[in-house]
Design a protein around this ligand. Structure first.
Ligand code: PLP
Length: 478
């Protein structure tokens, strides 16, 4: 595709996406297909000869689009938002078009320098302690693909820090002995990527039993003391601000001092809720962040930046660089300067110019625009809570803190499961279920996701749920 054709096809593609978004409300949120549908429609081998653009676009319409779960649909209320914005997409197109690979400063100075600046902008919006800013000299932020990656990288950094300290304290112990004694902690409400970080690193990670969905200091400290008594080395703890299951918040002012007392690296995962902390009225949820060594949230969840864009900060980046830096000869001489070579800051070596889309979003919306959008989602979450609370067939099963409402039909789990199946089959709105493992209670997770959500959308979702519940009761003869 030469530049002239790209000009033409690129514009057509923008029109295709714009038309899709214009008409998205007419589509069912969840695709009405069977597993394996696509397999039957696509040849088993790549084409030998070039095909033409129009036949590809035909197949996009006939094969791809019918199998899409529409995350940008006004009635998508599942998972957490992955709120895209067209502004961000424009930044992303530019990033793809420039096509630079930002693994070191010289591979594209603007890529590294804008990333440093954007991470500082975000850190200031969140009022993170100065130690997390680049101006501190050793702290700073970086963009990753995902929160899961951040949890793993922070674990590696904490592991290396502890190995170093323990080997110095006791020269008889080498890194393998120390590694075998390391123990990390996370709330039993934390995201599965935390447990997976333990599996990937082959380091013992212990779930801390939550009380009212929060990790409590007394339970954590008891486990730490038990592990120390058994000759283990507590070294890492993940606190969650806004758990996936119910958007519960661990209290950093409670967990932080315990981590400090036992020299444990505190990593804070605020994947979804972190964005809300740019609003002064929610900033208190970050109190105690000064105890953390690393902090992560996903602008690609709730800050209008499209996937992938995960913002991570380290108080002392040297621990990460120590864990990751290798200097192959084929990279030639590196320029010495004060900017980081981000390939040393994480798992990814080649990296996209992701800060561009943050820059576009922050400038086009301004902090006020983003605050307004977040507040709207939280208000609409509370509206849905009020509507559901009016109907005494339902119960709200967890305090509503942000845009997530956890609710269920009273009585047996079967009722809620049946309702879920009917909602899914109906296709007008889309939610998912979850279970509180301690009580085995099944509930529905309703979360405001749509960028332009209004009261009418929420009332439509509520009416749909009530309509389907009424039908279900009729069938059951209730
Ligand atoms: N942490 C929390 C609290 C989450 O809710 C999620 C996903 O919803 C994740 C981590 C995983 O995020 P990612 O997909 O960026 O790894």
């Amino acid at each position: 595709m030469d530049v002239e054709e790209f000009r033409k096809r690129g514009k057509e593609m923008i029109d295709f996406v714009a038309n899709y978004l214009d008409n998205i409300e007419d589509l069912k949120v969840f695709p009405q297909i069977e597993p394996g549908y696509l397999h039957k429609m696509i040849p088993t081998d790549a084409p030998k000869n070039p095909e033409d653009w129009n036949s590809i676009m035909n197949d996009v319409n006939n094969i791809i689009m019918p199998g899409i779960t529409h995350w940008r649909h006004p009635h998508f209320y599942a998972y957490f938002p992955t709120v895209n914005s067209n502004t961000s997409l424009c930044g992303d197109i530019l990033s793809g078009g420039i096509g630079c690979v930002g693994f070191s400063w010289e591979t594209s100075p603007a890529c590294t320098e804008l990333e440093v600046m954007m991470m500082d902008w975000l850190a200031k919006m969140l009022k993170l302690p100065n130690e997390f800013l680049s101006e501190s000299g050793i702290g700073g932020g970086v963009i990753y693909n995902s929160c899961g990656e951040a949890t793993l990288v922070a674990l590696f950094a904490a592991r290396n820090k502890t190995i170093d300290e323990k080997c110095k304290e006791n020269p008889k112990e080498n890194q393998f002995i120390v590694m075998s004694k390391l123990v990390g902690y996370y709330s039993d409400q934390a995201h599965s990527t935390v447990e997976r970080a333990g599996l990937l690193s082959m380091i013992k990670m212990r779930p801390v039993k939550s009380i009212k969905r929060k990790m409590r200091d007394s339970v954590l400290e008891e486990m730490i003391q038990e592990d120390i008594a058994n000759g283990c080395y507590p070294f890492y703890c993940v606190a969650t601000l806004g758990t996936t299951g119910s958007c519960a918040f661990d209290n950093l002012e409670e967990i932080g001092p315990i981590c400090k007392k036992y020299n444990i690296w505190l990593h804070v995962d605020a994947a979804y809720a972190g964005s809300a902390m740019i609003c002064p009225e929610y900033r208190h949820l970050l109190n105690g962040i000064e105890f953390a060594m690393s902090f992560v949230f996903n602008p690609h969840k709730w800050m209008l930046v499209n996937l992938d864009c995960c913002a991570v900060w380290f108080k002392d980046s040297r621990f990460v660089v120590d864990a990751f830096a290798v200097f192959p000869p084929y990279l030639g001489n590196q320029h010495e300067n004060k900017y980081p070579d981000f390939r040393h800051w994480g798992i990814q070596f080649s990296r996209r110019f992701r800060s561009l889309k943050i820059w576009f979003v922050l400038r086009l919306y301004g902090v006020k625009g983003i605050q307004k959008y977040i507040r709207n989602h939280i208000e609409l979450g509370h509206l849905f809570e009020r509507l559901i609370s009016r109907d005494d067939r339902f119960e709200i099963v967890e305090e509503v803190t942000m845009g997530l409402v956890c609710f269920r039909l009273k009585g047996k789990n079967e009722n809620t499961n049946n309702l879920y199946k009917r909602i899914e089959a109906d296709g007008r709105i889309y939610m998912i279920t979850s279970v509180f493992c301690d009580t085995d209670i099944v509930y529905l997770r309703f979360i405001v996701c749509y960028q332009f959500a209004t009261e009418d959308h929420i009332k439509f979702a509520y009416d749909t749920i009530i309509h389907i519940t009424n039908e279900m009761n009729l069938c059951l003869g209730a």
